[in-house]
Design a protein around this ligand. Structure first.
Ligand code: PEP
Ligand code: MN
Length: 360
């Protein structure tokens, strides 16, 4: 690790750097004329490998201006040279490694008959997972909050009846167990991306997590959120770009396709795009969905409703079944062009993948 010290470092601050180095198993070598650069060498008798939290310990010291090179310390999300991409599998869907899955369904679970109708319709049109929130994060406490436990039960019975896995959001750490029991993939919404207590709970579960980027979060903050789940022991994360806040209200958010392309190179984790919350308008969902896939996304999550104008939440961005069918067709064409595959529910199950976290 290479540190740059503060220009006018106080003796006590310097001692704190040296003491921290010693306690973590490093020796200091001062470089540069003013000795403001410190190369940390791992002592041969030091116990255990270098860990991401070591860099964080130095970053927090008052005498340290910057960590210039983290050396062998890697975050768990980072792609390594020659490393394999992580393929996240859930109930017949696969994200990553050339496999693209489509997630479709209403914004919120509204009633069981409707959910059943939309689940079979999207499954027949190429979706491998059904989405639908039982717990809805709404900007106003007076708006429809979702059906809660009753919504989860509807997801459970529709999942059984149609044979399609479900993605549903958890808002509260106290609901993690109940949601994870029903969901094949547990969603963390944009508003909860920085709910670290929730992320820590999700690090302990044995279900994949679909982590949405906060609308005001940098890519680095987004990856920091993923690191919470990974460091808790859950290696199955699907990152979801859903648009960040822009200055123009022409669309609800700005789909950050640059971030999708960047993430595909920077991390081994699969990345999907949510064109619905980015566009905020049904007429642009197809174009943004296509853009997300072309940028490299390993899947799409789209809000689809059999009668969009009747949706209880996000009605203006819900697309019809017909429009979803057209987008699924586009997805197949883009996958063909890229030499990738769209995963179908009827595909035979692939050989078992392991989801061990790579060694630090
Ligand atoms: C949703 O998926 O319905 C949702 C609330 O999305 P986001 O968290 O991205 O706003
Ligand atoms: Mn929504």
């Amino acid at each position: 690790m290479l540190l740059r010290l503060k220009r006018q470092i106080a003796p006590a601050e310097l001692s704190a750097v040296e003491a921290t180095a010693r306690s973590l198993g490093y020796e200091c070598e001062y470089l540069g004329q003013k000795q403001e650069l410190v190369q940390l060498h791992r002592r041969t008798d030091a116990e255990g490998p270098e860990r991401p939290e070591f860099a964080a310990r130095f970053a927090d010291l008052a005498g340290v201006d910057a960590i210039l090179d983290r050396g062998a310390v890697h975050d768990l999300w980072s792609a390594r040279d020659g490393g394999q991409p992580t393929v996240v599998e859930a109930a017949g869907a696969r994200f990553g490694g050339g496999d693209i899955s489509l997630v479709a369904g209403p914004c919120a679970v509204e009633d069981e008959a409707r959910l059943l109708e939309v689940a079979s319709a999207v499954a027949a049109r190429g979706a491998t997972l059904l989405r639908g929130g039982a717990y809805k994060p709404r900007s106003s406490p007076y708006s429809f909050q979702g059906l809660g436990r009753a919504g989860l039960e509807m997801l459970r019975s529709v999942r059984e009846a149609v044979g399609i896995g479900v993605v549903t959001e958890v808002l509260d750490p106290r609901d993690v167990e109940a949601v994870a029991e029903v969901a094949d993939v547990v969603q963390v919404g944009a508003r909860s991306m920085a709910s670290y207590a929730l992320l820590k709970e999700l690090g302990k579960i044995d279900k994949p997590v679909l982590l949405k980027r906060g609308f005001g979060a940098t890519v680095s903050e987004f990856l920091g959120a993923a690191e919470y789940v990974l460091s808790g022991g859950n290696g199955r994360i699907v990152l979801c770009e859903r648009g960040v806040r822009g200055f123009d209200s022409i669309t609800r958010n700005l789909l950050d396709v640059g971030a999708i392309a960047h993430l595909k190179a920077a991390t081994h984790l699969p990345v999907i795009a949510d064109p619905s919350h980015a566009a905020g308008r049904s007429d642009l969902v197809r174009a943004l969905g296509r853009a997300g896939l072309v940028a490299g996304a390993d899947g799409l999550m789209v809000e689809v409703h059999p009668a969009p104008e009747e949706a209880h939440s996000d009605a203006q961005q819900a697309i019809s079944l017909r429009a979803f069918e057209a987008l699924a067709q586009d997805a197949r064409a883009i996958a063909d062009l890229d030499g990738r595959r769209i995963v179908n529910l009827s595909d035979p199950a692939p050989p078992e993948h392991t989801h061990e976290l790579s060694p630090r």
